[in-house]
Design a protein around this ligand. Structure first.
Ligand code: FAD
Length: 440
């Protein structure tokens, strides 16, 4: 039996970020990872690179391609303004395991067969990749097996049932690039690497797509792709190089993502529609503060409720933010408003705007959980309808006392009050920022 302080199940970006974070806090960490059964290519933006650097993914970052052009055809309009980096997930995830080993995480390559609580320990049975079985035990468990994490009996919020059908094609060498195109029953994401490998993905509504039996899926996808203008450069002179693989892409949020001795992170806690192209970013965001939550649950059990509430509120906040971003993007496609795919997704999860107007009378100061020195503690923060979890710092400045000072001196301007503690220039800048936020 291998014993450690913390057991992390799943070696994707979320499990990796939490494992490194917990090592940095001094815990012994064992991570069990099984390579994903299919090779996916995914697109990420530069802000994900920053998140990965912060998380300590040094070797995995070498697997990142340079940014390549991305063309979007949505609502009948084509734009080619942005770029994305194409990530070969199998190679990336493998390199991530090397990063983890180098940073002191004990990595076990294998499949978690079962994981159960026995007394105060979590015991996992693992089928090792090299053959044989291994039992592992820890007092704290991090569930990071992505969408594959067991969810029987876990109350969850779900969006419309969505599936993404993906297939590799192989053609002549070409410039790396990607494209998105909407069509009446969904949307396609297509990527091409310069070795001629193409990755074609159709995202569809499970209930209304009328999918054929598995053996006919290849022809079915080809027929759809042949009708899409943007797909032509990806399929011309190319042929499928493998079967169609179906990935569930239904948005899903676990209502409880933390207990006294366990936590769910990344897609295991909440997963969004791939339209946002933000899954890895989200997985990292949900994982970067998790080490402080785990640290608090282990070292300060008296603050357990605060730490769990902090984690769950952040997971829920991220989920609804990205769900609304997705909704607004779906709503921009107005060519097929009555088709089930578009009708449902342009209205889910609700009608609340992504950003709420803020006026000074709605802004309050209150105590909320924050991360300080690796633990969850309470601090005064500025709470607005748009930021219900509160804003604590801006560039290292605690905002609640500064806003309080401005409010206390109604006979002086905000610039003047803030200049007392920050100097003229910084005082003026912060006053302008507060005005732009609708705080004063
Ligand atoms: P994962 O990356 O899924 O990692 C979980 C790990 O656990 C995997 O390595 C898995 O093999 C392992 N595992 C599972 N079960 C076991 C087990 N029993 N034992 C051991 N290990 C196990 N995001 C983007 O940023 N850009 C995109 O373009 C993009 N496209 C997407 C397209 C589709 C169709 C889908 C469904 C998702 C897409 N995403 C994209 C989302 C992205 O894949 C995830 O959000 C992200 O990988 C989540 O990270 P994670 O660490 O939580 O989980």
């Amino acid at each position: 039996m291998i014993e450690s302080d913390v057991l992390v199940l799943g070696g994707g970006p979320a499990g990796g970020a939490v494992a490194i974070g917990l090592r940095r806090l001094g815990y012994s960490v064992t991570l069990i990872g099984e390579p994903r059964p299919f090779d996916a290519v995914e697109g990420i933006s530069d802000r994900v690179i920053q998140g990965m650097k912060g998380a300590g993914f040094n070797i995995a970052l070498n697997e990142m391609a340079d940014p390549s052009p991305r063309q979007v055809t949505w609502n009948g309009v084509t734009s080619a303004a942005n770029t994305e980096r194409l990530v070969p997930r199998q190679r990336f995830d493998q390199a991530l395991l090397v990063d983890l080993s180098e940073q002191g995480v004990q990595v076990i390559q294998g499949r978690v067969k079962t994981c159960q609580a026995e007394g105060s320990r979590h015991i996992a049975e693992v089928a090792l990749a090299e053959g044989g079985e291994q039992q592992l035990s820890a007092s704290f468990l991090v569930e990071a097996r992505g969408r594959a994490a067991p969810a029987a009996g876990v109350p969850r919020v779900k969006g419309a049932q969505t599936v993404s059908l993906l297939q590799y094609w192989q053609g002549p060498q070409a410039e790396s690039r990607s494209a998105v195109q909407s069509f009446e029953d969904g949307w396609a994401w297509m990527a091409m690497r310069n070795d001629g490998r193409r990755y074609l993905q159709l995202t569809l509504d499970v209930a209304s797509a009328n999918l054929p039996p598995k053996r006919e899926l290849g022809d079915w996808c080809r027929a759809r792709l042949e009708q899409l203008e943007q797909a032509q450069p990806f399929i011309e002179g190319a042929e499928p190089a493998g079967d169609v693989y179906a990935r569930t892409s239904t948005p899903v949020l676990c209502e409880h993502s933390a207990g006294d001795s366990w936590i769910r992170v990344g897609d295991a806690a909440m997963a969004v529609d791939p339209l946002s192209g933000n899954g890895i970013f989200q997985a990292l965001s949900s994982a970067l503060q998790a080490p402080a939550v785990v640290n608090t649950l282990i070292r300060h059990p008296e603050r357990a409720e605060l730490a769990k509430a902090f984690h769950e509120a952040r997971i829920e906040g991220l989920f609804y933010r990205f769900a609304r971003i997705g909704r607004d993007f779906y709503a921009q496609e107005t060519q097929w408003p009555l088709r089930p795919f578009w009708q449902e997704r342009s209205q889910w999860p609700d009608s609340q705007p992504l950003h709420l107007e803020v006026t000074p009378d709605q802004v309050s100061i209150g105590m909320r959980p924050v991360v300080q020195d690796g633990v969850i503690t309470e601090a005064p923060v500025v709470i607005t309808p748009d930021q219900p979890l509160g804003i604590w710092h801006l560039n290292g400045l605690p905002l609640a006392p500064l806003l309080e000072a401005v409010r206390a001196e109604s006979d002086r301007t905000a610039d003047e009050v803030l200049a007392d503690s920050l100097g003229d220039d910084n005082g003026r800048r912060l006053a302008l920022w507060m005005q732009n936020q609708g705080w004063i």
